[in-house]
Design a protein. Structure first.
Length: 295
C-alpha cells in the first residue's frame, strides 16, 4: 500500500497520469502538478491561505459572464497573457511586435473606407491616424484587413456601456494599393482595467494600480503573412512603465502629435485641438502551417 505523505504525494499524483492518452495534456498537467506542489512547499501554504485562494477563484468565476471575463483579467494582471503572447510570437528583428489581445475586441465591427471616422460618436478629441502595412523587406502589403479598436476619452470601450451598440471606436478597413491606410478617430487616453471585482481587490492588496497607458488596438491580417495583434502606445504616458497588464514593448510606443485648432489632415477646419499619429506595421511572412489562416 502507498503511504501518501508530504514527500511522496507529488510522485503518487503524477503516477496516476500514466494512462493519459493525450501526450500534450499529460505533459501540461504533469508540469502544473509539479509547480503547484512546489509552490505550496515553497511558501509552506497554510490551510487558511489555501481556502482563501479557493474563495478568490470562486469569486473570479462568479463575476465572469459573456461580458465580463475575470479569468482573462487575472491572467493579464499576473503577466501570464503577455508571457504566452511573447512565447508564441517570436519574430525576426524589424517586424512589429505583438502584445496582448485584451477582452474588448468585437467580431463584425463596422466596415469603413480610408478616411472614415471610426469613432462613430465615441467621446474624445479628434485624432487622425495614418500608417502603412509592409513586409520585412519594405514591400507594401495592399488590401490587408485592419481591425482597430479603442477606449473613448472617459476610458471606456463601447461594450462597457450598458445597452451598448458595440459600434463606437472600432472598425475594419483595408490597406490601399501602396500599403497605406488612414482614418479618423478620437485620441486614446490611459484607462483603468475593470477593477471592481476580485482582480481589482487583488491589485489593491498588492499595492498595484489598475491603469493601462493610452493605446490603440490593431489586428492585421494579410494573405502570406502572420496575423499581427498589437497596440500602438502613446509616448509620454505616465503608465508606460507600470501597465497593469505588462503589454508595453518599447518598439510600440509612438508620438501622437498634438495640434491646435486649424486645418486638419482631412482638409476640414477643426475648432478643437486634435492629434495625429503615424505608424508603420511590419508583418512577418507566414510559415506554411499558419498561411492558411490569413484572411
Ligand atoms: C485592453 O487593452 O483592452 C485590455 C487588456 C487587458 C485587460 C484589460 C483591457
Ligand atoms: Fe485596450
Amino acid at each position: 500500500m502507498q503511504n501518501v505523505d508530504e514527500d511522496t504525494i507529488t510522485q503518487i499524483v503524477l503516477a496516476r497520469h500514466a494512462e493519459a492518452t493525450d501526450p500534450r495534456l499529460k505533459q501540461i498537467m504533469t508540469s502544473v502538478v509539479q509547480h503547484l506542489h512546489a509552490f505550496a512547499r515553497d511558501v509552506q501554504l497554510t490551510e487558511e491561505e489555501w481556502f482563501k485562494g479557493i474563495q478568490f477563484l470562486t469569486d473570479v468565476g462568479h463575476i465572469t459572464d459573456d461580458k465580463r471575463q475575470e479569468f482573462i483579467l487575472l491572467s493579464d494582471t499576473l503577466g501570464l497573457s503577455m508571457l504566452v503572447t511573447a512565447l508564441n510570437n517570436r519574430k525576426p528583428m524589424g517586424c512589429t511586435e505583438s502584445t496582448v489581445f485584451g477582452p474588448f475586441f468585437v467580431e463584425n465591427a463596422p466596415q469603413y473606407q480610408n478616411g472614415d471616422d471610426v469613432a462613430n460618436g465615441a467621446k474624445g478629441e479628434p485624432c487622425f491616424v495614418t500608417g502603412r502595412i509592409t513586409g520585412l523587406g519594405g514591400e507594401p502589403v495592399p488590401n490587408a484587413r485592419i481591425e482597430v479598436w479603442q477606449a473613448d476619452s472617459d476610458g471606456f470601450y463601447d461594450v462597457q456601456y450598458e445597452g451598448a451598440t458595440h459600434n463606437h471606436g472600432r472598425g475594419m478597413l483595408r490597406s490601399l494599393a501602396d500599403g497605406s491606410f488612414h482614418f479618423k478617430s478620437v485620441t486614446a487616453e490611459s484607462y483603468p482595467i475593470p477593477h471592481d471585482g476580485p482582480v481589482g481587490r487583488m491589485l489593491n492588496a498588492l499595492g498595484r494600480h489598475p491603469w493601462r497607458p493610452a493605446h490603440l488596438h490593431f489586428m492585421i491580417d494579410a494573405p502570406g503573412y502572420e496575423r499581427l495583434i498589437t497596440h500602438v502606445f502613446r509616448s509620454g504616458d505616465q503608465y508606460l512603465d507600470s501597465d497593469a497588464v505588462f503589454g508595453v514593448r518599447s518598439s510600440l510606443v509612438a508620438d501622437w502629435r498634438r495640434h491646435e485648432t486649424g486645418r486638419a489632415p482631412d482638409g476640414t477646419q477643426i475648432d478643437t485641438p486634435y492629434s495625429t499619429l503615424d505608424f508603420t506595421f511590419v508583418l512577418n511572412r507566414a510559415s506554411a502551417t499558419v498561411e492558411s489562416r490569413a484572411a
